[in-house]
Design a binder for this molecule. Structure first.
Ligand SMILES: [Zn+2]
Length: 472
């Protein structure tokens, strides 16, 4: 079938060249809608940036000139949604590879303290391109390192997302609790609280797009209990709610953090942030590994959601998130790759597989189904980012963010269940990735960016940063 897709994509890889209607037919379509609808030999029709038909068999009649794509042998899923990342870390991979979270952080803070806008643009371009190649159509980013002489690093990563073509939810992160005040980061990488609040408000005013088909939305994201003050948490919560934007932070990642909160605040991390206004249906927490039953109940009662990052948690030996218990309690759970410095692969599809394997390793064979895992990566992520009405499933009226996976090669051809092939099998070739109706990856190749040139840019940026930091 590859020849059909090649003919339809054209020389520039843009399926929408010459027409704003694309008709994909012959695929196994997994909608991840509320009924779990799946269609063997089904179709998806995209008009402009929206899905206008999805169902079994051939597509309904479409106007002459529509671009028809033979997707037989393929699985079509909603595009994957990444709910936690630190894109700048793409150029600091492979350092402190055998350390704990706190040891890894203290090794890397001084390196990260030397980033600037140019380096972040390159790093983010690398991380975003790789996300696209692994099926991701929407991603957030948690950027919390703002060197005083580093230029506009938030703008740099937004420009990178526009260059690659992903739907982007960056957050204006922050740290204000340096070592001299009992925090973990060196004083050289923290900011003053007033500067943080002013820059965060400016970021929202400059970039946030609340419209339903937005490609860019901003969140507010102080870094973690051990790198920010309670005052900053409280004031950023007030700011986010005044502006109507979402709130994000790291929480309950390790037992070291639990100890830090018990010693310093006399309560659990969840109780601590709740006292500062940091639970609610506009809040999502990265990791949430070490949760008591009471903490899970608090998240559920307040509508707080979770970005589950199985690979990073395993890489740092932090533990395994109680994803089954969270889902059973009604907490929205999405998946995240976390930063590239604690997950050198940064494959969102790999997170789907790991979420399932780790849940079963922890909770037995019924802890998570293959469709649960795909649900977390799609609708789960859409809920976490507050976009359940717009993305996360293949339904008429939703935005045209989808992934077409090739399952007719040696790696998958005899796997009976196409969702199991995607989740349990090797990563399949990505025939097509569409974001907002636009082809971003075609036949495993990025179409918006030259991957070979980008690899050279990334290598140079990494060498510059490590030399600057005196690490090499
Ligand atoms: Zn993180």
């Amino acid at each position: 079938m590859g020849s059909g897709a090649r003919a339809a994509t054209g020389n520039d890889g843009h399926i929408d060249a010459g027409s704003d209607i694309a008709v994909l037919e012959g695929a196994h379509v997994v909608t991840v809608d509320g009924s779990g609808s799946e269609f063997a030999g089904g179709h998806v029709v995209v008009t402009g940036n929206r899905i206008t038909a999805v169902g079994p068999g051939a597509a309904p009649a479409t106007p002459a000139g529509a671009r028809r794509i033979d997707a037989s042998g393929c699985l079509i899923t909603p595009g994957l949604v990444n709910t936690h990342h630190h894109l700048y870390q793409w150029i600091t991979r492979g350092l402190a590879v055998d350390a704990t979270l706190f040891g890894w952080l203290t090794t890397l803070y001084p390196v990260w303290g030397r980033i600037d806008a140019d380096l972040v643009h390159t790093a983010a371009s690398g991380g975003l391109t790789w996300l696209a190649k692994t099926g991701c159509t929407t991603t957030t980013d948690h950027h919390y390192v703002f060197p005083h002489d580093g230029g506009d690093v938030l703008h740099a990563e937004i420009a990178a997302a526009q260059r690659v073509g992903l739907r982007f939810h960056p957050t204006r992160g922050s740290m204000d609790l340096g070592q001299s005040k009992g925090g973990l980061p060196p004083d050289s990488v923290v900011e003053d609280i007033d500067a943080i609040l002013a820059a965060t408000e400016a970021a929202v005013d400059t970039y946030h797009d609340a419209s339903p088909d937005a490609m860019l939305r901003i969140g507010v994201a102080p870094c973690s209990p051990f790198s920010v003050t309670g005052d900053l948490l409280k004031q950023t919560a007030d700011l986010a709610r005044r502006k109507g934007v979402r709130m994000h932070t790291h929480l309950c990642e390790t037992l070291d953090e639990e100890d830090f909160c018990r010693e310093r605040f006399g309560c659990s991390p969840v109780e601590y942030v709740e006292s500062l206004g940091w639970l609610g249906d506009d809040v999502w927490l990265a990791h949430a590994v070490h949760l008591s039953d009471a903490s899970i109940a608090s998240l559920a009662a307040t509508g707080t959601s979770v970005a589950h990052c199985p690979t990073s948690n395993a890489r740092l030996g932090a533990g395994i998130c109680r994803s089954r218990d969270l889902r059973d309690a009604g907490v929205a759970v999405g998946l995240g790759v976390d930063g590239a410095a604690s997950n050198e692969a940064c494959s969102l599809l790999e997170e789907v597989r790991h979420s399932l394997l780790f849940a079963r390793a922890r909770g037995g064979p019924e802890a998570l189904t293959v469709r649960d895992a795909l649900d977390m990566a799609t609708m789960g992520g859409a809920r976490v980012l507050g976009r359940a009405e717009e993305i996360g499933s293949l339904e008429v009226g939703k935005l045209a963010d989808l992934a077409v996976w090739r399952l007719d090669t040696l790696a998958h051809i005899d796997i009976a269940d196409p969702v199991a092939a995607l989740v349990l099998g090797a990563p399949p070739p990505l025939e097509l990735l569409m974001v907002n109706g636009r082809a971003i990856v075609s036949q495993d190749r990025p179409v918006t960016i030259d991957e070979g040139v980008l690899a050279g840019e990334v290598s140079r940026a990494s060498r510059i940063l490590l030399a600057r930091a005196g690490a090499h």
